[in-house]
Structure formats: C-alpha cells, structure tokens
Design a protein around this ligand. Structure first.
Ligand code: C5P
Length: 221
C-alpha cells in the first residue's frame, strides 16, 4: 500500500501549523511544514541581497539553497538554511512577505515539488500548506481544509505579536489578512482552494484540542 498522507491546507492564521504538528505527534507520522521551504528560500534570497522582482535569480536561488530540518535537544523543529539555523529568522514578517512573493513563481514551485514529496516516508506524513491536497499530494487518502473567520485570525495574530512585544493595531492586521487571502486565492499558480473531497473544519471559536480531535477523526473515523 502507498504511504498514507494527511494534507492540511488553509489560509494563514487558521491554526494549521500548531494543529498539524500535534496531529503528526499523535499519529506518530512525519511532518512537512511546506511554508518553511518557501520562507527558507526567502531568507536565502535576503542573505544574497536578491531583488524580489528578479524571477530568474530567485529560481536559481531555489535550486542552490540547501534546506534541512532537525529536531533540537528540547524537541522543537529547527530549520537549517545552507547549514545555518534560520528558525527564528524564518518566522519574521520579512521572511513571510518574501516567501509569499517567491511562492508566486511557477518555476520555484516546480523546483520544490520533489523536495516536498520526499517527506512521504513510512509510517505516514502530515503535510501542512496551501496546495498539499491539490498539487503536491493529490492522491492523499486524507484531506482537511482548515479555516477561521478573518476576525478570529487577526485576533490570534494580534495576541502572538503582543506576546512578542510588537505593537500593531487590530484594524491594520485585519486589512493585512484580507489582502493576503485575496492574493493567495487569486494567484494563477496553485491558488489557495480546498482540494476535492477535503473535509472542511472551521476553527472559529474552537480550542486547539477540539480541532486536533476533529482532524484525527478524519484519519480514523
Ligand atoms: O504557511 P506560511 O505562512 O509559513 O507560508 C508562507 C508563504 O508561503 C505563504 O504566504 C504562501 O504564499 C506560501 N506558501 C505556498 N504554498 C505552500 C506553503 C506556503 O504558496 N504550500
């Protein structure tokens, strides 16, 4: 039998990252954070001082960038970009914005396809992203589409940033989220949309544990 994959797609702020990690832990499956690959290329492009409008240079940068994942002694996942631990830099707004620009280049997406598929190893894989169920693992037996209202996603982001001491307004965040949604859904290559047969889970007002249970129920009903 092919190695099973659970794809978890959805917009940023839907809780995908947290939920996917926990579900992978519960199942004892591998975990792919596909956004981290785009962010890693974004960070490498920044280090090389590349112009985000220079598609050719960004495509070459994608091929040249070595991206590794490693579990730290504390058990959290670290991301190595060309051998350097870039985990914290990956989470910055700058890396996110670069990732989103880079992710719109078809050749970049194509270049990262096999690297993503290589994560499919026994006993199974939880794959988190925007196009896991539609493009990367269309044959996955289990597919989830996670959403949350824009207001709730802005609220979660607000709390995260406040904890980090970053000052932002709810209004600005909400506008940013709506703009990012529109961009991710309207791009011509791999737009964000639910895969056929994906189970939709709206996480608005749900706690993490409740969402984890609902997602696990998709794999073992
Ligand atoms: O999920 P995360 O916020 O880390 O993703 C960063 C950016 O990478 C997203 O804004 C999106 O544009 C892009 N991305 C993508 N396809 C994926 C994962 C992420 O286009 N599978």
């Amino acid at each position: 039998d092919p190695i099973p994959v659970l794809t978890i797609d959805g917009p940023s702020g839907s809780g995908k990252g947290t939920i996917s990690r926990l579900v992978a832990q519960r199942l004892g499956w591998h975990y792919l954070d596909s956004g981290a690959l785009y962010r890693a290329v974004g960070v490498a492009a920044g280090w090389a001082d590349l112009d985000l409008d220079d598609a050719g240079a960004l495509v070459r940068c994608t091929f040249d960038t070595d991206i590794g994942f490693r579990e730290s002694a504390e058990g959290d996942l670290r991301v190595l970009v060309n051998g350097h631990d870039a985990t914290d830099e990956l989470r910055t707004e700058t890396a996110g914005a670069a990732a989103s620009a880079i992710a719109a280049i078809p050749e970049v997406r194509a270049a990262l396809k096999d690297r993503q598929r290589a994560f499919r190893r026994a006993p199974g894989l939880v794959a988190d992203g925007r196009d896991m169920g539609t493009v990367i693992f269309p044959d996955a037996p289990f597919k989830v589409f996670l959403t949350a209202s824009a207001a709730e996603r802005a609220d979660r982001r607000y709390k995260q940033l406040k904890d980090k001491g970053v000052s932002v307004t709810m209004d600005g965040l909400l506008r940013e989220i709506l703009a990012r949604d529109a961009r991710d859904a309207s791009r011509t290559v791999a737009p964000l949309r639910p895969a056929e047969g994906a189970v939709h889970i709206d996480t608005t007002g749900l706690g993490i544990d409740a969402v984890v249970e609902r997602v696990l129920a998709v794999v073992a009903p």
